[in-house]
Structures are given as C-alpha cells and as structure tokens.
Design a protein around this ligand. Structure first.
Ligand code: NAD
Length: 276
C-alpha cells in the first residue's frame, strides 16, 4: 500500500517523490494503457513509451491491429499488447482495465488518446454528427480517466492520466475548420484542471498534451490540399506536420516519476504553427 499523510477523515496520499527516486526520465516498471494506439498518434506514443523502458504498453482500440502495430510489437516482444475496447462503452473500459491488472498485476498510466474529427463548415453540421464527436472525444475520454482513477485508488497506485487535447482547444484550425471538434478538445483540456484538483488527494496526476498538426490518417486530406504549402507559410512557425513520435517525450515526462509535482497542466506541442 502507498504511504499516507493527513487526517483520517481525509486520507491524502503523499505526492512527494520517494527517497530513492533516480530522477531519470523513464517509465521503467510501468504498465501504460493508451487508447487508440493501433495507429497514428497513439502508435507513435507507444513507440516512445517503449523506447523509454515502459514495462508493458497496451493499445486499447476498436480496430484490429494492422501491420504497423505488428511491426512495433515484433520489435518489443511481450511489451506491446492489444486489447479490443470501445472508449464510448463504460462496461468495455472497466472490463479492459480489470484485464490489464489481472495480466500485469498493476496499471500506472492511462493515455486517453482515441478521438476523431470532422472538418466541415459549422452551418453544415447535423446534431447527430456533433453528438458523435462529443461521445467519443469527451465522454469517452472522461470514462477512461475515471476508470483508471478508480483502479489507481483501489490499488493504492499514484497513477498518471494524460489526455490528448489539441491546439484547436485554444484557437481555430484554419486549415480544416471544425467548431464542434475544437469544442470537444477544449472540454478535455478544461476537465484536466478539475480532475487534477479532485484526484491530487489520491496521488493521481492529470495532464493533457495539445498537438498541432501531426501526420496521421486524420490529417491526410489537409496535407494533400493543393494550397497546403501556402497555408503553412502564412501559419508561421515550423511549416510542416509533426511525426507522431515527436509528441512522445511530453507524454513520457508526464507519465514518469520525475513529474511528481506536475499536474493540471497542458503541454502544447505544435512547432508554434499558427501561434495564437
Ligand atoms: N492528427 C492530428 O493532427 C491531431 C492533432 C491534434 C489532436 N489530435 C488528437 O489525437 C488523437 C489521435 O488522433 P490520430 O490523428 O492518431 O487519429 P487516427 O484516426 O489516426 O487514430 C485514432 C485511433 O483511435 C481508434 N478509435 C477510434 N474510435 C475508437 C473508440 N470508440 N474506441 C477505441 N478506439 C477508437 C481508431 O481505431 C484509431 O486507431 C485524437 O484524439 C485526435 O483528436 C490529432
């Protein structure tokens, strides 16, 4: 069991680093779950977590693993695993978190990353399309965080939760406008602050990362547009898309024990493209 301090009525878990902390930024001995890690950003994050000594990384995804997943799994024998999970289904999330703990004995990190967008003018959105975005990006992310927090508390683990938000949570995406999507990501980024405050007493940290443009299937159309180079030029900053792996260091830091006093923040990783 983890150490405690404070009154009996309010059993705070000490958030101080352990006396034998190594201060190396790594994930050794940690079991990390990433939603939507069969491809795109999630898969890139899995690669960087594994490169930084995570004991095991789980991809919790709706789709079946393809050759990109298999290639990373082959490079990391028994360390990159897949469980079928739908982040919009609370029962599926609970079952999956239980299965991870049954197999590995613990879970230390949850990256709530699965999400989707739809680029189209606000006037053309149906209510159903808006609801679909919120169901996956907000309700799904909340349920994953809540399920992980309940399990951390049950096991006395000072776990870390990181949401994948987006730069669209701060300002419009001029290259591919989607007002509802920006709204979902603003909700995610906002939840981070309150969840961090509520769960600090259990030693649980909650943060988010806001990527800019990242090269995945989600942005394939944006990059293929004939005016992409011109748009990038006027956006300023680094005129390119990021590789998913270029986000990984921020997540690894937030998952690691060097971040024991880092909670309730967002880290924008966006090459200062389209700055404010
Ligand atoms: N690509 C970008 O430029 C960019 C920028 C900012 C934020 N983001 C965010 O990053 C996250 C990942 O985006 P991506 O570009 O890698 O997308 P992607 O479409 O390439 O991958 C999304 C993954 O999530 C999985 N998924 C979808 N619905 C699911 C569900 N209900 N349950 C479980 N898994 C599900 C998919 O199967 C897929 O593997 C999303 O939250 C997205 O909003 C992306």
């Amino acid at each position: 069991m983890a150490d405690t301090q404070g009154s009996e009525a309010m059993p705070y878990l000490s958030t101080e680093p352990s006396p034998n902390a190594s201060w190396a930024v790594n994930l050794s001995h940690k079991v990390i779950a990433i939603t939507g890690a069969n491809r795109g950003i999630g898969l890139g994050l899995a690669e960087v977590c594994l490169a930084n000594d995570a004991a095991v990384v789980y991809s919790l995804d709706l789709s079946e693993p393809d050759e990109d997943f298999q290639a990373l799994a082959k490079k990391n024998p028994n360390r990159f695993k897949y469980l079928h999970m739908d982040v919009t289904d609370e029962a599926s999330i609970k079952q999956t978190v239980d299965a991870i703990v049954a197999a590995e004995g613990a879970i230390h990190g949850m990256i709530a990353n699965a999400g989707m967008t739809k680029h189209q003018p606000a006037l053309e959105f149906s209510r159903e399309q808006v609801e679909q975005l919120f169901k996956l990006n907000v309700f799904g992310a909340f349920s994953c965080a809540q399920a992980a927090a309940k399990k951390f508390i049950e096991l006395g683990i000072k776990g870390s939760i990181v949401f994948t938000a987006s730069m669209t949570s701060y300002r419009p995406n001029r290259a591919g406008p989607s007002a509802p999507y920006g709204g979902t990501k603003a909700a995610v980024r906002n939840m981070t602050h309150t969840l961090a405050m509520e769960w600090a007493q259990y030693g649980i940290r909650v943060n988010s990362v806001s990527p800019g443009f990242v090269r995945t299937q989600m942005t394939a159309k944006i990059e293929a547009a004939p005016d992409f180079d011109t748009k990038m030029k006027y956006y300023g900053g680094m005129p390119r898309l990021a590789l998913p792996q270029e986000l990984g260091g921020a997540y690894v830091y937030l998952m690691s024990d060097t971040a024991t006093y880092t909670t309730g923040i967002d880290i924008p990783v966006a090459g200062i493209v389209g700055a404010w």
